[in-house]
Design a protein around this ligand. Structure first.
Ligand code: DX5
Ligand code: ZN
Length: 213
């Protein structure tokens, strides 16, 4: 299992320190939640702050857009050379075009689904993406309760992936902890995002990441 801690749960007064801490504690990717106050009822960070995160990080960035006007935000973040940019399928009229654009910028394209969106919504896009991100909470905030139906959704998505693009990874984001991770792994999930579990673990970040792995 790959682990992508979400910096949304970091102390933003000590962002570089908190990014270095996850990188030195065995994380695989650094998950960056970009929220615009329109697609979700929260507002986070833009390219200036993400540039500081990129400088502090020794691991690839996984940028999760929760925004309207995805194409505009892809242009803002592409110069930072993240490994992945994921966008919400619910917010995009022409997802195939946006996937091609992200790929053309040398970044791995990924699709995100909110908890109500069925996996079949991305069936005919799977051949063109490197990852599908399944939200297991309503997007917008860290520290929410895990929605268990994502496990069934991951199983159905895995079957589609085996048919259309076995190289495509499944990532799950929201409320992940050392209790629900086994069911996610059994369902075929490759990467978990974890914010509060990692940053608020009583025994520290290294123990938290190790326990997820
Ligand atoms: C929520 C974000 C998540 C969030 C996860 O919209 O996409 O990445 O930070 O935080 P936890 O793990 O605390 O649910
Ligand atoms: Zn996220």
């Amino acid at each position: 299992m790959l682990v992508a801690p979400s910096i949304l749960s970091a102390d933003f007064g000590y962002l570089a320190r908190d990014v270095k801490a996850i990188c030195e504690s065995g994380c695989d990717l650094v998950h960056v939640d970009v929220m615009d106050g329109h697609f979700v009822p929260n507002l986070t960070i833009g390219p200036m702050v993400v540039e500081s995160i990129a400088k502090a990080s020794t691991k690839p960035l996984d940028i999760h857009l929760m925004v309207e006007n995805n194409s505009f935000f892809v242009d803002l973040f592409a110069p930072l050379k993240p490994e992945y940019i994921s966008f919400h399928i619910e917010e995009e009229k022409h997802p195939h075009r946006l996937i091609q654009k992200i790929r053309g910028l040398g970044i791995r394209p990924a699709l995100t689904l909110t908890p109500h969106t069925p996996p079949e919504a991305v069936e005919f896009l799977l051949e063109d993406v490197d990852m599908v991100l399944l939200m297991s909470v309503n997007p917008g905030f860290g520290g929410q309760k895990f929605i268990p139906s994502v496990i069934e959704k991951a199983k159905r998505l895995k079957a589609l992936i085996e048919r259309y693009n076995p190289n495509c990874l499944i990532e799950v984001d929201g409320g992940v902890n050392d209790t629900n991770i086994k069911a996610l792994s059994d369902a075929g999930v490759d990467i978990v995002v974890a914010g509060s579990f990692v940053y608020q673990h009583p025994q520290g970040i290294t123990v938290a990441i190790a326990s997820l792995k």
